[in-house]
Design a protein around this ligand. Structure first.
Ligand code: SF4
Length: 344
């Protein structure tokens, strides 16, 4: 899953956030310093110098950009708008809460060249949202999508979490479906990790929350990835990236640096299982699995798990080859190791 643009990240911690999401590491956030608007030009200039001509977007990360003080938010946008106006960057992206995108806020974002709004939907179940202390409803998320899409100027990305309190496999999949139904242009999938010092940790310790295992997190991630793929919604990321890593703060739950790779491998594994069964593969047969250029390693699986499983199950030989007529998440197993196809 590759981001289309390089991002020039500007972290805006939402210090003093009035909400109490059970999974949020408030202590770390309140200890973080808000950048001064005068510092932003320097951050952007330094990042541009390292991009070597690659296109970029300025990305305000941190969760709730449009919920911070209005003058401060406008000040941040004013500071970086010259880079959008001059074409040095392709736009501005930001993430925020679904209950913080009023028409007035969208007017401001539009005026300053914001191109992508990422909504922290987390779940489309009101029960899960309530148990997670999110302080907004699923309806508010749907209304936010509608309000943003009405403008026809923004890309909208739905961010969702797997394994929040009260959420099961079906509830998580239903969230992915509703994000698609809202017309999302992209999605991010984050499995829930229990961070030290959070309300979620207390719930877990009191036996009131069962954290997601890595295995279950990968299974649910694969369900959701399949739903997004079926609906043509681009998945920008699965699991936190290195800069967002919670590894040291996580005390339980689903977190792994290769989480996204594992989910992709699981989706390819499901495809191959169905295709091998349909093909009626027999013992000692030689099978070549064709996949899109660059995808063979993901098809083969995380630590080659798909290849090993197929070999063990069928007693066959399996090899992988590229076919540039195939796209991502397309595989074609064929009998034999020789082919007239161009193998790149
Ligand atoms: S995750 Fe929730 S509590 Fe944490 S900053 Fe965002 S809105 Fe506030």
């Amino acid at each position: 899953m590759k981001e289309k643009h390089a991002n020039i990240p500007v972290f805006i911690p939402h210090a003093g956030c009035p909400h109490r999401c059970v999974f949020c590491d408030q202590e770390r956030i309140s200890g973080a310093v808000m950048p001064k608007k005068e510092e932003l030009a320097g951050i952007v200039e330094r990042a541009l110098a390292t991009l070597g001509g690659r296109r970029a977007e300025i990305a305000f990360f941190g969760g709730s950009f449009t919920a911070i003080d209005r003058a401060l938010m406008t000040g941040y946008l004013e500071s970086v708008y010259p880079y959008v106006k001059s074409g040095q960057v392709d736009g501005i992206r930001l993430s925020t809460r679904p209950d913080c995108v009023s028409g007035e806020v969208l007017d401001i974002l539009e005026a300053y060249g914001v191109t992508t709004i990422e909504l922290g939907v987390q779940s489309m179940s009101d029960r899960v949202l309530h148990l997670s202390g999110r302080g907004h409803t699923a309806r508010q998320s749907e209304e936010a999508f509608a309000r943003i899409k009405e403008r026809r100027t923004f890309r909208v990305v739905g961010q969702m979490m797997l394994g929040l309190p009260g959420s099961g496999r079906r509830t998580d999949a239903a969230t992915a479906r509703r994000i698609c139904a809202c017309g999302a242009d992209g999605a991010r999938i984050y499995p829930t990790a229990v961070l030290s010092g959070t309300a979620l940790e207390a719930l877990w310790k009191a036996g009131k929350y069962r954290p997601l295992t890595l295995e279950e997190g990968v299974r649910r991630g694969a369900d959701c990835l399949e739903i997004f793929l079926e609906n043509g919604v681009e998945v920008l990321r699965m699991g936190l990236c290195a800069e967002e890593s919670v590894g040291s703060a996580a005390v339980a739950g689903c977190y792994h640096p290769a989480y996204g790779e594992m989910v992709r491998s699981a989706v390819y594994g499901r495809m191959l299982d169905a295709q091998f069964a349909a093909l009626g593969v027999e013992k000692n047969e030689k099978i070549t699995v064709y996949a899109a250029p660059g995808e063979c390693s993901a098809v083969c699986g995380y630590k080659k798990e798909n290849k090993s499983r197929l070999i063990n199950r069928y007693g066959c030989e399996v090899r992988f080859a590229e076919d540039d007529r195939l796209g991502a998440y397309m595989t074609r197993p064929e009998r034999g190791n020789d082919s007239a196809l161009k193998i790149t």
